[in-house]
Design a protein around this ligand. Structure first.
Ligand code: FE2
Length: 338
């Protein structure tokens, strides 16, 4: 291990929290449970629904989010839960409209505006923005439905990559799957807290550390997903130091080599990405553009406390095998294809 500055400066020691620690909440029932599984109301108003990759990402065209009714919003939740992330272009949502839209899905978090810095700069090499992350995974109730609406963006550069953690888990060997199912990861916001204060930024609460299952069950789809997060996980609770270090390195390699399980989205002003932060991890592609030209607003709602239910959940492969046998006669094709 290379010795590094801890960042424990005068600014950090003199910090006084604005807000008290967040308490556990019981979010309202996931709106996807109320959806018509065929999503007829939503899909009937779309001019085109385009799956962008086999495992993650769907673009819905011809729809204004500002015009959706309650039923269509519920169906969108199910589409997001199933496809990981759903994209829209040319949206007329305002900041207030986005906030209202978000509230349909639960209790809204504080909203964030993004002015991107150069995320390959020295000070940000360990920050969440340069690395794959799911947002706020260190909270007791990490966000579920999360929306980023781009207000302005450079002509090129600044894309976001989203990766399916459901598919990442599915691609592990059964032996690794079984081993990981029993483990818990320690998520922390300490480094974000320290970096923010040392940059002269504002933060509202003291940092937190939280254990979450490394594999979680999606409450709506019952699919097993990895709940890995290289930006916030310090260690694996059940493992010794070196075991944890190498396990986390393996997971980072597994994630960064999963080109087949990702979708890369190019932003335009008015583009919206709506993703399920419980089962999707994302990363802004760094560099090559003027960061002053990029501005977006994120809204999100609190998800359930992450849980793993071995009895009720299944892998993506088990789920698709089941689906294929339910719709016989079909020729069973490998999901990977050619
Ligand atoms: Fe993020």
């Amino acid at each position: 291990m290379i010795a590094a500055h801890t960042g424990l400066t005068e600014q950090v020691f003199s910090y006084r929290p604005v807000d008290p620690p967040v308490q556990e909440i019981q979010p309202p029932k996931d709106r996807a449970f109320f959806a018509d599984p065929e999503k007829k109301s939503l899909l009937s108003v779309a001019s085109k629904v385009k799956h962008l990759t086999p495992y993650i990402g769907t673009e819905v065209q011809g729809v204004q989010l500002s015009q959706l009714d309650e039923k269509q919003k519920d169906e969108l939740a199910l589409l997001v839960a199933e496809r990981g992330v759903v994209f829209f272009r040319d949206q007329d949502l305002t900041l207030e409209g986005q906030h209202e839209f978000s509230k349909h899905y639960g209790i809204s978090l504080r909203q964030y505006t993004y002015f991107r810095r150069d995320i390959r700069s020295f000070e940000n090499t360990s920050s969440a923005f340069a690395e794959y992350h799911s947002d706020h995974s260190f909270e007791i109730n990490p966000p579920s439905y999360t929306m980023l609406r781009m207000v302005k963006t450079p002509e090129y550069g600044g894309d976001t990559i989203f990766t399916s953690q459901t598919a990442l888990f599915d691609k592990l060997s059964p032996t690794f799957q079984k081993t990981f199912e029993g483990l818990h990861a320690v998520h922390s916001s300490e480094h974000i807290f320290i970096n923010t204060l040392n940059r002269g930024g504002k933060t509202f609460r003291l940092p937190v550390r939280r254990e979450h299952p490394l594999i979680r069950t999606h409450p709506v789809t019952s699919l097993k997903a990895l709940f890995y997060n290289p930006a916030f996980i310090l260690n694996i609770a059940e493992l010794k130091g070196a075991e944890s270090f190498h396990t986390l390195n393996f997971l980072r390699d597994h994630l960064h080599s999963a080109d087949d399980l990702t979708v890369r989205w190019h932003w335009e002003a008015g583009s919206v990405a709506f993703w399920d932060n419980r089962v999707v991890i994302h990363r802004a592609v760094p560099g090559g553009y003027n960061t002053d030209e990029r501005e977006g607003t994120r809204t999100a709602v609190y998800g359930e406390k992450p849980f793993f239910d071995a009895a009720s959940s299944k892998t993506l492969s088990e789920w698709s095998d089941q689906k294929l046998s339910d719709t016989a006669p079909v020729v069973k094709l490998g999901l990977d294809g050619f």
